[in-house]
Design a protein around this ligand. Structure first.
Ligand code: NDP
Length: 330
């Protein structure tokens, strides 16, 4: 392949000052891998926003093509599992952090990182879901594995109008949970209710320092926010409930006491999507294909072009993106 393609490249100078450029690259410029994938759709995650704005040390090899999620078609493979023409999805594995990522026309990847694009989804559908939707699904599966079900009581979702939160609301509601959506954007109450939220609360109820234990309000939670919010969610979780912790939009700290754990038997379930094992990924994508309606996908995803990625990266870090951004590649 000698065709050039556009890519976003993050570089650093000797003084460690970061710059971001749109460059032309050729397949020879890519890093090692046994499968070349034509990127047909990608997305802008919070993490991509942090990488492009330089607000957190996401990039760990310089220069770097950011972008942690992609869907596309195999163009070349020396991996026995994949052949030319296969439709695939990639989430995480350090792509966009230590290995050239999704914001390029072509990606060279390791075959074991890929999962098949579920037949139900187009490349753009898969990117409306992206790491956010797949993480929300991993969280739902973790709650189910902890033995929780809707009969046990309501489920809270924090950061509800963001990417992870929107999918968490929709996926829990689809399985019959009474979902309490916590958001700083109460103007999005109708959006959250359209996804299946039964109640919408203002995130200020949870974001300030709170008591070690509070009134029992929910049996389960999916938290994309961390910090005082997660501490307060835990403090108000019912006896033997569980909370899946997957994000840090408010902060990386967790100012909690042991009270919810030792007095109410509450469990805190850690969710990592980046290095999740392949069987968990396959299970999550299969359940996403089963549970998500076209209507939900349509209302969560907003379509932009390659040229819109940089602006979207700034917007997501500034909390101006509702749901998910889908990048349709040229
Ligand atoms: P988004 O930016 O789309 O959503 C984050 C949401 O958090 C915002 O929409 C907002 O929701 C809320 N929020 C933002 N700032 C604050 C604040 N200061 N205090 C309280 N709430 C706040 O990001 P994603 O949904 O893509 O990701 C959410 C989090 O999950 C991020 O921290 C991300 O890094 C993490 N993540 C972790 C993964 C893992 O593998 N564990 C995978 C994917 C994401 P609202 O306006 O409704 O209040």
């Amino acid at each position: 392949m000698s065709d050039t393609f556009k890519a976003i490249l993050i570089s650093r100078d000797e003084a460690k000052k970061q710059s971001v450029d749109i460059v032309d690259m050729s397949p020879d410029d890519l890093m090692e891998g046994d499968v070349d994938v034509r990127v047909e759709a990608t997305t802008v995650n919070y993490k991509d926003g942090l990488a492009i704005t330089g607000k957190a040390p996401i990039v760990r090899r310089w220069p770097m093509i950011p972008g942690v999620d992609l869907a596309g078609t195999v163009m070349r493979s020396t991996n026995p599992e994949w052949k030319e023409g296969d439709k695939v999805v990639l989430n995480g594995w350090g792509v966009g952090e230590t290995h050239y990522g999704a914001f390029a026309g072509l990606a060279r990847l390791r075959g074991e990182w890929l999962v098949p694009l579920p037949e139900r989804f187009s490349a753009e559908d898969a990117m409306a879901i992206g790491t956010a939707g797949y993480t929300a699904m991993l969280s739902v599966l973790a709650l189910e594995r902890a033995g929780l079900s809707p009969e046990r009581g309501p489920a809270i979702v924090t950061g509800a109008s963001g990417g992870v939160g929107s999918f968490a609301v929709a996926l829990l509601a689809r399985r019959g949970w009474h979902v309490i959506a916590s958001t700083g954007r109460t103007v999005e109450a109708d959006y959250l209710k359209s996804l299946g939220a039964a109640e919408v609360i203002d995130r200020s109820e949870l974001s300030e320092p709170g008591k070690p234990l509070g009134k029992e309000r929910w049996a389960a939670g999916i938290d994309a926010v961390g910090s005082h919010t997660l501490a307060n969610v835990l403090a108000s979780t019912r006896y033997h409930g569980a909370v899946a912790a997957c994000g840090l939009a408010q902060g990386m700290d967790l100012p909690v006491t042991v009270a919810p754990f030792i007095l109410r038997g509450v469990s805190l379930l850690g969710i990592d999507s980046v290095m999740a094992e392949r069987p968990s990924r396959l299970e999550a994508w299969a359940r996403l294909a089963e549970d998500l309606t076209d209507e939900t996908l349509g209302s969560i995803g907003t379509r932009i072009g390659f040229d819109g990625i940089l602006q979207a990266a700034h917007d997501i870090v500034d909390g101006r993106i509702r749901g998910r951004v889908v990048v349709a590649m040229p």
